[in-house]
Design a protein around this ligand. Structure first.
Ligand code: 1CP
Length: 368
């Protein structure tokens, strides 16, 4: 079975599907025919498929109730809890895909790195990774260390049936930025200086992250994810010159880890309007567009054959229904220049979002 359209290179060929277990949802639960996976493969299904970045957690009261008393990284490594949180937004909003509840730093935790997620701050390292000797001490992760991830994915896809699960990982620059800084930062001067001051250390760090993010993606796909997204949330702080010279080959490596399976791969960055072409060259089948660039302009830059994902401005979610509706109509219209369009926000759901607005938005998009 092939679900490609003539103008797109074939995704999910028989040869690729045969690399997935017979019980994989793409083979056994029919997620290959879902509107989400069809759109990611370059098709235009009956209604535009929609999911929201950061739909799991954050704004949902049932998420806060489930998480109560559990540290974020502990929750990510508790298969039953992670599966429950993954499925919650599908139950509530009727979105066309679930995103796996986890975090971009979970593979670091699995590797034994001293990392925590501090409420209100995000990922924080025990100490930063800037010197080659520290980076060289980072371990290779045995595949079985990802078993809690496989178990959580397996439990989630059992509940999701024909609704696809999207797996994800952090792109090497974004994850390495936390490691080089020791935590969050505004302008990512630490990693951007490091790639020039000590390119050997930078390359060692970024290629270690590329390997563990690649393993994280592969574990999710093997356990049942029907698509993946690579999040390069901080790539927008880079010049195209630095992205091409110091970053893109590492992102390509992470994306290559699941290429043989043929599952659609979304490549997303924020503030990355000037990097879109380079990001597409790095790899992926769908390019995620943030809220700063209109989708028709993104398609002009990428070419009409590239499926695009995006890009409702998260700021509009709380601007009143009429404003949001008008903006959504505009996003849908500008998405028509591309071969296919997966509707999403232009970045994550803000924690303060009224969940009923998201449910209404899904209904509106499905009727469009
Ligand atoms: O829908 C979902 O929420 C799914 C799970 C998910 C994903 C896809 C989480 C849970 N994190 C992520 C990815 C992630 N994590 C990214 C890329 C996406 C993006 O740009 O939004 C990034 C940059 C992180 C790092 C991170 N983890 C931050 C950002 C901090 C900063 O530097 O500004 C934060 C706040 C976290 C914690 C986190 N991750 C996820 C949740 C639900 C939370 C909040 C947990 C809590 O404190 O209770």
């Amino acid at each position: 079975m092939t679900i490609s359209t003539p103008q797109r290179r074939a995704l999910l060929t028989d040869a690729q599907l045969s690399r997935l277990a017979p019980s994989h949802p793409l083979r056994a639960a029919g997620t290959a025919h879902s509107p989400m996976i069809r759109a990611m493969a370059g098709d235009r299904p009956e209604h535009p498929p929609v999911w929201f970045m950061r739909q799991a957690g954050r704004s949902l009261p049932e998420y806060r109730a489930a998480r109560e008393g559990t540290n974020m990284l502990e929750a990510c490594l508790d298969p039953e809890l992670a599966a429950e949180i993954t499925v919650q937004p599908v139950r509530r909003h009727g979105v066309d895909a679930a995103i796996f509840f986890s975090d971009i730093v979970v593979p670091l935790k699995i590797a034994g790195v001293d990392v925590d997620i501090v409420p209100g701050r995000g990922p924080v390292m025990g100490s930063p990774y800037r010197e080659l000797r520290d980076i060289e001490s980072l371990p290779e992760i045995p595949d079985e260390a990802f078993d809690p991830i496989r178990e959580a994915v397996g439990r989630a896809v059992d509940q999701l049936g024909s609704t696809p699960l999207i797996g994800f990982a952090g792109a090497p620059f974004t994850v390495a930025a936390y490691m080089a800084e020791g935590g969050s930062s505004r302008d990512h001067l630490g990693p951007r200086t490091m790639m020039h001051r000590d390119p050997e250390a930078w390359n060692a760090l970024a290629s270690w992250v590329a390997r563990v993010s690649g393993q994280f993606l592969a574990a999710q796909v093997e356990a049942g994810a029907s698509a993946v997204q690579l999040f390069d949330s901080w790539a927008g702080s880079l010049s195209e010159r630095d992205y091409r010279a110091h970053v893109m080959h590492h992102s390509a490596l992470a994306l290559e880890a699941v290429e043989a399976y043929g599952v659609p791969r979304v490549h997303f960055g924020t503030g990355s309007s000037e990097l879109l072409v380079a990001m597409k060259e790095a790899g992926g089948d769908v390019v995620g567009i943030d809220y700063r660039l209109d989708l028709d302009e993104a398609t002009r830059r990428l070419g009409p054959e590239t499926p695009v994902q995006g890009n409702i401005d998260p700021a509009m979610l709380d601007a009143g229904w009429e404003v949001l509706q008008k903006h959504t109509v505009d996003v849908l219209s500008k998405g028509r220049d591309a071969a296919a369009h997966i509707v999403n926000l232009g970045h994550g759901v803000p924690p303060s979002t009224d969940p009923t607005v998201l449910t209404r938005l899904v209904e509106f998009i499905h009727e469009s």
